[in-house]
Design a protein around this ligand. Structure first.
Ligand SMILES: [Zn+2]
Ligand SMILES: [Zn+2]
Length: 181
């Protein structure tokens, strides 16, 4: 959605918005890094822009339901992600002199319009978790047999020993035995 900011630029004090944005994770240009998650319903967007003597401040709340999978054991995970943002709004020509690292605090008005969707997708890419875990200490899948180790041990040998380290491993085991005796 493009917000028409011309009334604000002409002196209005407040612009409120409330809409829904469908997120398409097949859209590789803007949402490629979210491809592990899918969004079955549209993202809810609400907020306002206030104009205080020409200084414009935007507050936005986002909320979107997602479906994904545990990064370790692949168990399906779903939840809802929310984000609150506050940014300064300024026309492009005002921002041209700003150093790049400061631009993150701003959203840009082009010819009196603000492209909200682009802004919000960018923010979502920055803030959305890059992976999910079913729980903190998820044991993951056995790399050998593929069993979900959260359901119990699978009986496979725990660790493959690098053949180059095998002689060292023997010495260590020998030392352990000697310590016990
Ligand atoms: Zn898991
Ligand atoms: Zn196994």
């Amino acid at each position: 959605m493009k917000l028409d900011l011309r009334p604000l630029l002409a002196g209005d004090k407040l612009l409120s918005f409330d809409y829904e944005l469908m997120l398409d994770t097949d859209d590789e240009d803007s949402l490629s890094c979210l491809s592990d998650a899918s969004f079955p319903s549209p993202m809810k967007v609400s907020g306002d822009i206030t104009n205080t003597a020409g200084y414009m401040r935007m507050r936005v709340s986002l909320s979107v339901d997602y479906e994904s999978a545990c990064a370790r054991c692949l168990t399906p995970i779903s939840g809802s992600f929310t984000l609150d943002l506050e940014k300064t709004v300024a026309p492009r020509d005002v921002l041209e002199d700003l150093p790049e690292e400061k631009l993150d605090d701003y959203v840009i008005i082009d010819d009196g319009f603000l492209d909200m969707d682009e802004q919000l997708k960018e923010q979502l890419e920055l803030e959305f978790p890059s992976r999910f875990l079913c729980h903190e200490d998820c044991q993951g899948l056995c790399q050998k047999c593929g069993k979900n180790l959260n359901d119990g041990e699978c009986g496979c040998e725990k660790k493959e020993i690098d053949p180059r380290l095998a002689p060292l491993q023997k010495i260590l085991e020998q030392m352990k035995k000697e310590n016990k005796n």
